[in-house]
Write a protein that binds this ligand. Structure first.
Ligand SMILES: Cc1cc2nc3c(=O)[nH]c(=O)nc-3n(C[C@H](O)[C@H](O)[C@H](O)COP(=O)(O)O)c2cc1C
Length: 189
């Protein structure tokens, strides 16, 4: 299946920071191959953390494969379902996912446990980019965390690309090439 539309979901609040630079390079690669791209920055969206609604820790996510919180979550899930590729870009915090990315993926995986909730997400192509922009440590561990979330949701993870501040210039070139390559070599599911 060819990739025509991609969305970026970023856990960084800075549209001009290091995570943005890495993600933009990947999107540039997609765009040169004609892929349409739309970007979402989680920290500037209204996405609450999970409320663990009932006394057992579940809620409508368990019974109905959807989240009862009325915020930007459902709209973003609809965007995921409508596109061909989701690019998750995350600034590494404490060698792990940012709080905004974790809040979103925590809720997403709860709604993806059964077939109904997974429809439109299972086998959806995804790419993960984690940028350790401080000391430069923790990107691989962060990638492992992201991989676990994406696999639980059922995404078809095409690539996971760790980046550190010290190799950002190199990785920007790699990300651009990878974006173009993925767009021009449609993955076979
Ligand atoms: C709470 C917090 C924890 C961080 N932990 C790490 C870390 O473990 N490793 C690292 O290299 N950078 C760390 N950083 C730096 C971020 O990865 C990131 O590069 C920086 O916040 C700039 O964000 P940007 O990529 O959105 O520009 C941390 C930053 C914050 C705010």
């Amino acid at each position: 299946m060819s990739i025509r539309q991609a969305i970026l979901i970023s856990g960084s609040r800075n549209p001009h920071g290091q995570t943005a630079r890495a993600a933009e390079a990947f999107l540039d690669g997609l765009k040169t191959a004609g892929v349409g791209c739309e970007s979402f920055f989680l920290p500037s969206m209204m996405i609450e953390r999970c409320r663990q609604c009932d006394e057992k820790g579940w809620g409508q996510c368990h019974a109905e494969d959807r989240c009862s919180i009325r915020d930007d979550f459902a709209g973003l899930v609809a965007k995921i379902k409508a596109c061909d590729l989701v690019v998750f870009a995350n600034p590494v915090y404490f060698g792990d996912l940012s709080e905004s990315m974790r809040a979103f993926l925590d809720r997403l995986r709860r709604t993806c446990r059964q077939e109904k909730g997974r429809a439109g997400i299972a086998t959806k192509h995804a790419v993960g980019i984690c940028v350790a922009g401080g000391g430069g440590g923790g990107a691989p561990a962060c990638m492992v965390s992201m991989e676990r979330f994406l696999a639980t949701c059922g995404f078809d993870v095409l690539d996971l690309i760790p980046v550190r501040r010290q190799n950002l210039d190199l990785k920007v070139e790699l990300l651009r090439a990878t974006g173009r390559w993925i767009a021009t070599h449609p993955p076979v599911v």
